[in-house]
Ligand binder design. Structure first.
Ligand code: ARG
Length: 479
């Protein structure tokens, strides 16, 4: 009983089953570095305002550094009767420093301590995910020049639609991950507020200096309402939301590439090192990494619901329910980080099956829309052009021809004024070249965008742009 932080009022020891039920150290031990950073800053502040002496502060800071090394070397023993990582570290300090150690928790509650540690962890985790997103973007961007002239069928409803340059596909993913970076950066600002000093819920009667602690820990600000911040887990939920969208983006990419790597599509050859075989069917090469990337998104999406449900019924200030936030967010973070770590090398290592793709581009009349727009440029009303092109597609299907195989006479049967300029927009190569609009798959436009992305993620430009950009950074800014 002596080692419990609340010994005074209690006359009975905690039931062992309760200790097992309520402990969090088996998962929150991973906050040790954040806890020691927070305690170090707190001790310096206590000395700064005269609540402990400089010498006491020095002893605390030194000893915390020793404890940190012990954790780093995996030599710090964990005991569930000490409940959480915060109690473990404080207890170790008291064992080594006696009364000096007993002063560290001055003007502090575990409530603001846990929240501060978690904010530090979220901040670091956001930075790690952001760096991994940049690596993945870089993998896509690095493919762009290699695949620059490659045309792929673009799909809507998974039906052949219009021809698209391969780098246009790669940069589409980059855009999604750039928005993810923006969400992370946005969430980071709200996580990056100091909660320490809120005490249990109402603040402290001691003359603490919260700005001092905020500066020590590089927080952007100090939370303004102690009652609010002791219950606030918005930053955890926002982070889970940003992670969920990343997981969804990864899942849709994985799904597309699983399809593309099937024998039926045969667009893509995945690196064998990223596939596994079947124990029964000798010929199988399965895209397991992609499948698990798709599958694991379920855990991350569920985390958002789990966290929202966790907090929805809580009154203000700390409630023990909040301890449940950590395993949820740790799992979502670990999952997304693991997926991202494999996604970048997989993107870099996959090969497009150029011939297989090329020989099938002629199927599906991918140039029909280009033909329709050619008629529009001849001043044919759009709806009429749509109808006339539909008739031409029907003729081509009936005669098993491509649109470019139709003769000028064929064109004249539906549109007597057609000139032979039409052949300049037919066939996928011409159709791609016919695009002109901003953000389209026009070769010059794609080339320009590749340049922007190369600057951004290959030449270090991401550090300036960072996730600070709110939405798609390639979007034109309208005045
Ligand atoms: N282990 C708990 C957690 O991680 C800390 C509990 C702090 N507060 C309390 N009043 N028991 O949330």
């Amino acid at each position: 009983m002596a080692q419990k932080a609340w010994g005074g009022v209690f006359q009975e020891a905690t039931d062992r089953r309760v200790e097992k039920f309520t402990e969090s150290v088996t998962f929150d031990h991973r906050l040790y570095a954040q806890d020691i950073a927070g305690s170090t800053a707190h001790a310096k502040m206590l000395a700064h305002v005269g609540l402990i002496t400089d010498d006491e502060c020095e002893q605390i800071v030194q000893t915390l550094a020793e404890i940190r090394r012990q954790f780093e070397q995996g030599e710090f023993p964990l005991r569930i009767e000490l409940e959480d990582v915060h109690m473990h570290i404080e207890q170790a300090l008291v064992e080594r420093l006696g009364d000096v150690g007993r002063k560290l928790h001055t003007a502090r509650s575990r409530n603001d301590q846990v929240s501060t540690d978690l904010r530090l962890w979220v901040r670091e985790s956001i930075d790690r995910i952001d760096a991994l997103l940049v690596e993945l973007q870089a993998a896509f961007v690095s493919r762009c020049r290699r695949d620059q002239d490659m045309i792929l069928p673009g799909y809507t409803h998974l039906q052949r639609a219009q021809p698209v340059l391969a780098p246009h596909y790669w940069l589409a993913y980059c855009e999604k991950f750039q928005r993810d970076r923006g969400r992370l950066a946005d969430c980071r600002h709200r996580a990056n507020q100091l909660s320490l000093g809120a005490g249990a819920l109402a603040g402290s009667t001691l003359p603490i200096d919260r700005e001092f602690v905020a500066r020590e820990l590089s927080f952007e600000g100090v939370a303004a309402n102690s009652l609010d911040v002791s219950s606030d887990r918005d930053f955890v939920i926002e982070f889970s939301g940003a992670l969920a969208l990343i997981a969804v983006h990864l899942s849709t990419w994985a799904e597309e590439w699983i399809l593309w790597s099937t024998t039926e599509f045969n667009f893509l050859k995945l690196p064998q090192a990223f596939c596994t075989g079947s124990s029964m069917m000798p010929q199988k090469v399965n895209p397991d990494v992609l499948e698990l990337t798709r599958g694991k998104s379920a855990r991350v999406l569920a985390t958002v619901t789990r966290l929202l449900t966790l907090v929805k019924g809580l009154p203000l200030a700390y409630n023990r329910d909040l301890q449940e936030d950590k395993e949820a967010i740790f799992d979502a973070y670990d999952t997304v980080a693991a997926c991202l770590e494999l996604a970048a090398p997989l993107v870099a290592g996959a090969e497009l099956n150029r011939e297989a793709i090329r020989e099938r581009l002629d199927r599906g009349h991918l140039d029909a829309t280009t033909l329709m727009e050619y008629l529009v440029r001849q001043n044919v009303p759009l709806r009429t052009a749509h109808e006339l092109t539909g008739q031409l597609v029907r003729t081509a299907i009936e005669r098993k021809l491509r649109l470019s195989d139709l003769s000028l006479d064929d064109f004249h049967t539906v549109y007597p004024a057609m000139d032979d300029g039409v052949y300049g927009v037919l066939g996928v190569d011409n159709a791609v070249k016919a695009f002109v609009s901003y953000g389209s798959t026009a070769p010059a436009e794609v080339d320009r965008q590749i340049g922007i992305w190369e600057e951004r993620v290959l030449h270090g430009g991401h550090r300036e742009h960072g996730g600070r950009t709110e939405s798609a950074t390639l979007a034109r800014t309208l005045s």
